[in-house]
Design a protein around this ligand. Structure first.
Ligand SMILES: NC(=O)c1ccc[n+]([C@@H]2O[C@H](COP(=O)([O-])OP(=O)(O)OC[C@H]3O[C@@H](n4cnc5c(N)ncnc54)[C@H](OP(=O)(O)O)[C@@H]3O)[C@@H](O)[C@H]2O)c1
Length: 284
């Protein structure tokens, strides 16, 4: 896709009243772009944007799990701005518990936001991007979409799913001139690790003291994370404006180190499996 330079670009961003989403909206409005910003609370979004020029903002209260509501939000975006250039699936939240402490409700809630919600946005926006033969989809995953650690099973299940669908999507829409980026942040100094954002299980067992300790440590990490959301949002915007980058955008030296360790472990696993992998083949 060629990013529009002769007119303001139109962005559709989810999860915008806090954190990276809010910072994206601020910087996009500063650039003079048009922004459709979805949130569960336009009141909170507008309060967070107090003092900013919101002439080019379309704040939208949307439950991302509601397919019809998402479709209507996309329709309002194209009606208002006449274009749709970039879709950023940013909304998401963390959940810290052992796998066996995670209820079916917890699983559905997470996947509803991180997978079903994203899919609702894609189903509503891809026909527009495809028919205009250009656009950019940015799916905000995590380095935990590449690697998983104890206590983060449900969050990783959502982000791994997001990565899988996004890799397929990139291959499907390239021929229509639609570019796709997976953003993989490390720890960022947003609201992500506050109890306003982070979800915890209703009940726990005494069997996992290390996960309780990890949870406490993460809550205490708030305010000292390595990643700067202002710099992160700027890099995300630059990636889209410049175009033609790699599928994955790692944000943070911590993310890069965790991802590198995963690739090395995976390579060692592949090497160890190589001698026996062919043993299940039908003989030629
Ligand atoms: N911060 C990190 O360390 C980190 C690391 C890796 C990846 N990420 C990812 O980056 C993205 C942005 O997170 P952030 O760091 O900016 O966290 P944040 O400050 O907590 O903001 C999260 C945003 O996601 C939306 N959201 C949260 N729970 C939601 C739910 N149940 N339904 C719908 N929307 C929901 C919120 O939107 P509204 O309240 O406006 O509806 C909020 O604006 C997420 O996808 C997150 O997984 C963050």
């Amino acid at each position: 896709m060629t990013f529009p330079t002769e007119r303001p670009a139109t962005w559709f961003v989810t999860g915008t009243s806090r954190g990276l989403g809010l910072e994206l909206v601020k910087q996009l409005l500063d650039r003079g772009d048009d922004v459709a910003a979805t949130t569960r609370s336009t009141e909170r979004l507008l309060a967070a944007l107090a003092g900013a020029d919101t002439t080019r903002l379309l704040p939208l209260t949307v439950d991302l799990r509601d397919e019809a509501a998402v479709a209507q939000a996309v329709e309002r975006t194209t009606e208002r701005f006449g274009h749709l250039d970039v879709v950023v699936n940013n909304a998401g939240y963390g959940f810290l518990a052992a796998v066996e402490e995670t209820t079916a409700r917890d699983v559905r809630d997470m996947l509803d936001v991180q997978v079903v919600g994203v899919w609702n946005v894609l189903r509503a926006t891809l026909p527009v991007l495809r028919s205009q033969r250009g656009g950019h989809v940015v799916n905000v995953s995590s380095v935990l979409g590449l690697t998983s650690v104890p206590g983060w099973g449900l969050y990783c299940a959502g982000k791994f799913a997001l990565e899988g669908l996004t890799e397929a999507l990139a291959g499907e829409v390239a021929e229509f001139g639609v570019e796709v980026t997976i953003v993989e942040p490390g720890y960022f100094r947003t609201d992500f690790l506050t109890t306003d954002s982070l979800a915890l299980p209703d009940s726990t067992t005494a069997a996992y003291p290390a996960i309780r300790e990890m949870t406490e440590n993460h809550l205490e990490l708030q305010g000292s994370q390595l990643g700067d959301p202002v710099r992160g949002a700027r890099l995300m915007i630059e990636r889209v404006v410049n175009g033609q980058g790699p599928l994955r955008q790692l944000l943070g030296s911590d993310a890069h180190a965790y991802a590198t360790a995963k690739v090395q472990a995976l390579q060692a696993n592949l090497d160890a499996a190589a001698p026996t992998a062919s043993a299940s083949d039908f003989p030629a």
